[in-house]
Design a protein around this ligand. Structure first.
Ligand SMILES: [Zn+2]
Length: 107
């Protein structure tokens, strides 16, 4: 059996009984964690009318200067298309989960 390196927190419970088909691999999770740490490099995509951040452009880790748009649920990259998850989507989801409790109003 392979050992999963579990980087989850209370926000990110690991359900061992879940089906494995859509379970991200440890490698993808590690990439996602690295992307979250590097979130300063992301672009915030805002709704033009509300000004709310609706998605992120997360840099590709294999191709320089390439960004993938993701809202934490879906991503436009091929990995997501193929697996139903990807590092960008996971990173955005993690980032949103981390960010949500600290709702700071920045003028
Ligand atoms: Zn992606």
């Amino acid at each position: 059996m392979q050992t999963l390196s579990i980087t989850g927190s209370e926000d990110n419970p690991v359900t061992s009984t879940a089906t494995r088909t859509r379970q991200p691999s440890a490698a993808v999770q590690a990439k996602a964690d690295a992307l979250v740490l590097n979130n300063a490099a992301w672009c915030r995509l805002r709704n033009r009318q509300t000004g709310k951040c609706v998605a992120y452009a997360v840099p590709s880790q294999s191709v320089p200067n390439l960004f993938y748009r993701t809202n934490g649920v879906r991503c436009e990259c091929r990995g997501f298309e193929r697996h139903g998850y990807c590092a960008h989507q996971l990173a955005a989801a993690t980032y949103v989960a981390i960010k949500r409790p600290a709702r700071k109003e920045v003028a």
